[in-house]
Design a protein around this ligand. Structure first.
Ligand code: PEP
Ligand code: MN
Length: 338
């Protein structure tokens, strides 16, 4: 970090800043210029986060140089992280597609969805068994029975199972059935849950909170990484803005922005990101063009009868067409889906 002193600051203020930096275990280098004096701080400045250096007398500004996230940062790992679960590969030259219904509703529904999404080229099967619903009166999911049905779908198709866990105490149960643990948007900053999934050997799909910045998303990922789990996928699923024509606003600039700062793969969810099935194919293709390492798409055998999120779910034919388009876009940006 660079500490810029005020023009009027004198020797006592400078000495106090230098002493505080040394007290934090960092090395201060004083650079006296013609207009201003600055203190360049050498060492991991994140150790000084919250130390209040900016409030010391004579300090004009403090400018961080390093990102506040450590393990997730490209500064510590330049190679992209590739996350694997069964046949699913997310990252590197491969784009992984996770598809399936919002909620697991019945054996027929999840098996039909699993067969169709596999035939179209998905390698992961999504389906919520524990649903975090905005209304307590909405369908809450089949819970353990839903997990058992997902396991049955995996046994038949081989697809990797991606399903949400909503509470730290449910992590052992969900991890027994799931190949990938999904942390939902509403739980992005549930730090006990992040630590709990970080303590498992299951890859984690971490969704961005609708009101969280991307830096907060990276710091949430840091909780999982710090707990020992390095298989973390970040998921852009849209944020809340003043705009009302879509359910959320899906900012695809997140994808290249994150790629520049983190080695973790980035998955995009055009279903929740738009809220409208008619918009999903275009945003899926745009996500691939923007460099997404994965897609998570809601697909239902009969969206009109879905227990949740039917309006944003693709039917089998629309999903197959979307996959064809995405494959061509992927080839254009030197990636492949599979
Ligand atoms: C979901 O994937 O069905 C879901 C609830 O997503 P989100 O957490 O992004 O709202
Ligand atoms: Mn949903």
């Amino acid at each position: 970090m660079i500490i810029v002193m005020q023009a009027a600051a004198g020797r006592p203020e400078l000495d106090a800043v230098v002493a505080r930096v040394e007290q934090l275990g960092l090395r201060p280098h004083v650079i006296v210029g013609t207009e201003r004096t600055v203190v360049a701080v050498v060492g991991d400045e994140r150790d000084a986060a919250g130390s209040g250096v900016e409030t010391l007398p004579g300090v004009a500004a403090v400018m961080p140089i390093l990102a506040p996230y450590k393990v997730a940062s490209r500064e510590v790992q330049t190679e992209p992280t590739v996350v694997r679960a069964g046949p699913m590969v997310v990252g590197g030259s491969t784009i992984g597609v996770i598809a399936g219904p919002c909620s697991v509703e019945s054996r027929e529904q999840i098996l039909a969805a699993a067969r169709a999404v596999k035939a179209a080229g998905a390698t992961g099967l999504r389906g919520g068994a524990f649903k975090p619903r905005t209304s307590p009166y909405a369908f809450q999911g089949l819970k353990q029975q839903g997990l058992e049905l997902l396991a049955e779908a995996r046994a038949e198709t081989g697809l990797a199972i991606v399903t949400e866990v909503v509470a730290p105490e449910d992590v052992p149960l969900v991890a027994r059935f799931a190949d990938v643990l999904q942390v939902g948007a509403r739980n992005m900053q549930n730090y006990r849950l992040l630590e709990a999934v970080g303590g498992t050997d299951r890859p984690v799909l971490l969704k961005r909170g609708p009101a969280a910045t991307v830096e907060e998303l990276l710091l949430a990922a840091e909780y999982i990484l710090n707990a020992g789990n390095r298989a973390v996928m970040l998921c852009e699923r849209g944020i809340r803005t003043f705009e009302a024509h879509t359910r959320f606003t899906l900012p695809l600039a997140t994808v290249p922005w994150l790629h520049a700062r983190t080695h973790l793969p980035v998955v995009v969810d055009p279903s929740h990101g738009t809220g409208h099935a008619a918009l999903v194919p275009s945003l899926a293709a745009a996500s691939v063009a923007a460099g997404a390492d994965g897609l998570i798409i809601e697909v239902h055998p009969d969206p009109r009868t879905a227990a949740s999120d039917g309006g944003q779910s693709l039917d089998f034919a629309a999903f197959a067409r979307t996959m064809d388009t995405c494959r061509r876009v992927a080839a254009a940006v030197d990636r492949s889906i599979g």
